[in-house]
Design a protein around this ligand. Structure first.
Ligand SMILES: N[C@H](CCC[C@H](N)C(=O)O)C(=O)O
Length: 270
């Protein structure tokens, strides 16, 4: 069975998008996702995005990390899908309803209300999530924010100096995080600018993480590390504009692009 796909990215965080809104696809399992995502033998991507019809929104977006895990939110993919859809839409995700609006070269996304309660993150036990009494080999006292998906945020003097390829997987899989966690290392670089690197749950180091930029900006504002309620977050793949609005919603604006389209034989990967 030949299946069409669209390869897209947001600041280099890349996606294989399967659009099943008008024609259903066979069920997707973790093995199928991992095979498609494999950059050596598959099409290759950080996340696989599946669009489906929805009852209570314009459509549903399902998000699968390259390790096959299905997760609740993906900021960069939300912008890519907004561009693909071509007009404003309400999108149902496992992390809740988001609002997407294409702009000239990307999109503006309302990611919804951030959560800070330890059991909403979730954490394995009660803890202050503004400055957690934990540490891993020099990374200390992070903040934790759920923006549909779980993030832990470390503020450091030199983000590039952190061995995130070693500490990321260790923290991602720590028993403190029952659903694992996205690991953010951020450096304040100005009154409204942050430099961010992310070890993504289920995907590893990526060029950009939209939800990571959202979580990090909210954590920086909660900590009083930046002025006002908006920041430019500089990721390896480029900048995102994040605002935590006065009515408690996290808004993300940034680029997205289509790379190419193609088809693959479902039987090769199922
Ligand atoms: N790895 C994330 C999903 C993708 C998030 C990232 N690609 C983004 O743009 O938000 C998670 O497991 O929650």
């Amino acid at each position: 069975m030949r299946v069409p796909f669209i390869k897209m990215h947001g600041l280099g965080n890349d996606f294989v998008v399967l659009d099943a809104r008008s024609e259903a696809l066979p069920p997707i399992g973790p093995a199928t996702v991992a095979a498609l995502a494999d950059r050596r033998t598959g099409i290759g991507c950080d996340q696989l995005i599946l669009l489906e019809p929805a009852d209570t929104a314009d459509f549903r977006m399902r998000i699968f990390n390259s390790d096959g895990s299905e997760v609740e939110a993906c900021g960069n993919a939300s912008r890519a899908v907004a561009l693909l859809h071509g007009r404003a839409a309400q999108v149902e995700t496992a992390g809740g309803l988001i609002a997407v609006e294409p702009t000239g070269c990307g999109a503006r996304i309302d990611m919804g209300v951030p959560r800070f309660e330890w059991d909403a993150l979730p954490l394995a036990y009660a803890m202050d999530t503004l400055s957690m009494p934990v540490g891993w080999d020099g990374l200390e006292a992070p903040a934790a924010v759920n923006v549909g998906n779980p993030h832990v945020v470390f503020f450091v003097p030199d983000a590039e100096g952190v061995p995130l390829d070693r500490l990321g997987p260790e923290i991602e899989r720590d028993p403190l995080f029952p659903e694992r966690v996205n690991v953010n290392v951020a450096q304040v670089t100005g009154p409204a600018s942050l430099h961010l690197r992310v070890w993504e749950r289920g995907a590893g180091l990526t060029r950009a993480c939209g939800t990571g930029a959202c979580a990090t900006t909210v954590a920086a504002i909660r900590r009083g590390l930046i002025e006002g309620r908006a920041a430019t977050v500089h990721l390896p793949g480029g900048p995102l504009e994040i605002e935590w609005s006065a009515d408690n919603r996290v808004l993300m604006t940034g680029p997205a692009a289509e790379s190419f389209r193609g088809t693959f034989d479902w039987g090769d990967f199922a």
